[in-house]
Design a protein around this ligand. Structure first.
Ligand code: AMP
Ligand code: GLY
Length: 443
């Protein structure tokens, strides 16, 4: 069969890498893809925003499965359009994607279905939002743009002055465009963050292994938020008991809530949580694989992923065996370009990617912000590559990943040197974090 993957980032490189290994797959087409995906399949120069061209491509190529990587085309209904043309799609339609596309919609659904989340108020006028903040007694307060803001629409405000500035940036200056037509002001949640993932066809739900990214640009979690500077899995602070609790209190109720509201969600639900003293609380939903979370998930997913993707797309997940996971740990180190996340420099020559991959059989480099120019590979974005490695434990995986990372060079390359290390300084979350770490089925 032929599979179409939509997107151009590291997440899509990892998806293409995993899908291409399936004996069921003859060819993976990636639209538009990147210099990494072209080595595993065929890149077709169609933008993820050109829905009509993507539908035509899927029909002309007789694609039997389309996997949509990024959130924007999902929110804009690409999944619905492909499905209407008869193409099985892994990824929700626009109705389900609103969970990520509108924080207000997500919050209403969470509250209606009593899924634990931080209390919040929604505003469509900046004056009212600022008056509310003037009257706030507890600080910090969290101000969020309602719509898609490439992960940059959340402001943690220490006092009313910062709160007013955030409201102005979002609603008056329109720093995030139309995403700032509404805002949410949310109670600050104290605790440890965790991400959990479930695949669903709208009825059946499949819980995936936990994976955790590092959001901030600087070591020790300082500096501005990024899309993710690195990733590790398994996640020792997410114990088996805690993960089970999250499954029962958050993941299963979320899919039920969608179903109850008439939304058939066929894809992956990614919940960002805060593990507070009073239990896990949802901070946000995403309706796609995380980047770089996907890179670690694909490395640890041992069995064939394609039957799961196809069954999800066709509403037949109940017939499918759950994935077999590699019991080893994965660490992924993002190699970024100087200036990221504000204004990354581009156009530098990258050397050593093959040498990095040759450093160990268990190393795979996924490309993101890269482009080819003749024989050269050039930087073309903030997050350029993600160097992943598998080993028996996180320390071993980290050593392999950094050894490989050090073989790659370009002017202005940087990374965080503490990926996967934050576990050592984690506080107990008060939710049984001291019990056994989440065991993985031996594979
Ligand atoms: P989001 O895009 O909603 O996940 O927010 C981005 C980041 O902001 C999260 O990963 C958290 O670090 C932080 N954040 C969001 N909401 C809250 C909250 N209510 N309390 C504390 N931190 C938050
Ligand atoms: N790494 C965070 C995200 O993909 O949203």
């Amino acid at each position: 069969m032929k599979v179409l993957v939509v997107g151009r980032g590291g997440r899509e490189h990892a998806l293409v890498w995993k899908i291409a290994r399936s004996p069921l797959v003859d060819e993976v087409i990636c639209a538009p893809g990147n210099p990494g995906t072209v080595e595993l399949g065929r890149n077709v120069d169609v933008s993820p925003d050109d829905h009509a061209a993507l539908v035509r491509l899927a029909l002309d190529e007789r694609v039997e499965l389309a996997v949509i990587g990024p959130e924007r085309p999902l929110c804009e209904g690409l999944g619905d359009k492909l499905r209407a043309a008869g193409v099985p799609v892994f990824g929700p339609g626009a109705a389900g994607a609103r969970l990520e596309g509108s924080k207000g919609f997500a919050k209403d659904l969470l509250e209606r279905h009593r899924i634990p989340t931080a209390p919040s108020r929604s505003f469509d006028r900046s004056g009212l939002a600022k008056s509310f903040l003037e009257g706030a007694t507890a600080w910090p307060q969290v101000v969020k743009a309602d719509g898609l803001a490439d992960g940059k629409g959340v402001y943690i405000c220490a006092d009313a002055k910062e709160g007013r500035a955030a409201v102005d940036a979002i609603m008056e200056e329109r720093r995030h465009g139309r995403a700032g037509e509404r805002i949410l002001i949310e109670e600050f949640q104290e605790g440890v963050e965790a991400s959990v993932f479930a695949i669903s066809d709208g009825k059946t739900i499949l819980i995936l292994e936990p994976v955790q990214d590092h959001k901030q640009v600087g070591e020790g979690d300082v500096g501005p938020n990024t899309g993710g500077m690195g990733v590790y899995s398994p996640v020792p602070h997410l114990t088996r008991r805690l993960h089970k609790q999250i499954e029962q209190r958050v993941l299963v109720p979320s899919i039920h809530a969608l179903r109850h509201e008439g939304i058939e969600f066929r894809g992956i639900l990614f919940c960002g949580l805060m593990l507070t003293d009073s239990g896990p609380r949802v901070l946000e939903y995403n309706v796609r694989f995380g980047d770089p979370e996907c890179q670690a998930l694909m490395r640890r997913w041992k069995s064939d992923i394609v039957p799961v993707l196809v069954a999800t797309a066709n509403g037949k997940l109940e017939d499918i065996e759950p994935p077999v996971w590699d019991s080893r740990a994965c660490v992924g180190v993002v190699a970024a370009s100087d200036g990221y996340p504000e204004s990354p420099r581009k156009g530098d020559v990258i050397e050593g990617v093959s040498a990095a991959e040759r450093s160990d059989d268990e190393v795979v480099v996924f490309q993101a912000g890269t482009r080819e120019a003749g024989p050269d590979l050039l930087t073309d974005g903030g997050r350029v590559l993600c160097v992943t490695a598998l080993a028996d434990d996180l320390d071993g995986a980290r050593d392999l990943a950094y050894t490989a990372y050090d073989r790659i060079s370009w002017d202005g390359k940087f990374c965080r040197r503490d990926i996967g290390k934050r576990e050592e300084s984690r506080p107990d979350t008060g939710n049984g974090a001291q019990d056994d770490a989440l065991a993985t089925p031996a594979g």
